[in-house]
Design a protein around this ligand. Structure first.
Ligand code: COA
Length: 254
């Protein structure tokens, strides 16, 4: 699968979103490839850290909206939920390099990364309501925790983007660098992690996340059930169709 590139070297698995002509929007096949890669990385003691990256101009435009239209019925076994369960419970460190827009799951997956290095062109948004959907990836819990309720409401109810400086201030991003340097920095930091004792890394990450692990798992099931239902409802159908037809959605009768 060339839309997802996977490379493992020196203890680091690098997963690259490589569908730039569609702004790295993510199809079911891409979620499956990433879920499988994470499972393999978890099982292989030789892999000690994972890096996620996109392109210098775009991290990800989120879920492929054409896929949403084509497959309105999803279950908890859908590739997107397999990927989200994989990334949210992944025991080893995850580093991300994020440049350009990070939309929807492009932002929410970062809540499950340990170190996020962002280009100064990065912009984050979670426009689920604008698509007639609800949040996923436990972002309905993690966004208010990280951002405070007020800023989370702007991001999740209004669907307003937030810039990289705000993401740094709230701790979603670890450091801002020129876009051309983000991937190399993520690699260097992952290499540093890969040189450390694996059990100490795993136990430290587990302890840091222990307070929220069961809440996150439970919230993801709640969100997933709702999300799956809302995908086939009129508001979402109108939003997806409008996107594909390159027009503004009309929610006036909904
Ligand atoms: N799903 C499917 N296709 C997508 C997509 C998505 N989420 N995001 C972008 N694309 C496609 C566009 O349809 C377009 O395809 P085309 O060249 O065949 O017409 C191509 O990628 C380029 O997108 P475009 O919108 O022209 O690029 P841009 O630079 O003007 O804007 C974004 C980039 C990311 C701001 C914009 O594409 C966008 O807002 N995408 C939708 C984000 C979204 O709502 N995601 C779902 C979150 S749950």
């Amino acid at each position: 699968m060339t839309d997802i590139l996977i490379d493992t070297s020196a203890g680091v698995m690098t997963i690259t979103l490589n569908r730039v002509n569609k702004k790295n929007s993510i199809t079911g096949a891409m979620y499956s490839a990433m879920a499988d890669a994470l499972a393999q990385a978890q099982a292989d003691d030789a892999v000690r850290a994972v890096v996620f990256q996109g392109h210098e101009t775009i991290f990800s435009a989120g879920n492929d909206i054409g896929d949403f239209l084509a497959a309105p019925t999803v279950t908890q076994d859908a590739p997107v939920f397999q990927f989200l369960r994989g990334i949210s419970t992944f025991p080893k460190p995850i580093v991300a390099a994020v440049c350009g827009p990070a939309v929807g799951i492009g932002t929410t997956m970062l809540f499950h990364c340990d170190l996020v290095y962002a280009g100064d062109n990065a912009a984050f948004s979670m426009p689920f309501v604008n698509l007639g959907l609800c949040p996923e990836a436990a972002s309905s819990y993690l966004a208010p925790q990280l951002m405070g309720y007020g800023r989370a409401a702007e991001a999740l109810l209004l669907g307003e983007p937030f810039m990289v400086e705000a993401a740094l201030e709230m701790g979603l991003v670890s450091r801002i660098v020129p876009p051309a340097e983000a991937a190399a920095l993520a690699q260097r930091q992952a290499q540093k992690l890969a040189a450390k004792p694996l059990t100490a890394l795993i136990e430290t990450k587990r302890l840091m996340k222990k307070g929220q692990a069961s809440i996150v798992a439970e919230r993801m099931v709640d969100e997933g059930t709702l999300f799956a239902r809302m995908m086939s409802e009129p508001a979402a159908r109108e939003a997806f169709t409008a996107f594909m037809e390159k027009r503004r959605p009309d929610f006036t009768s909904l």
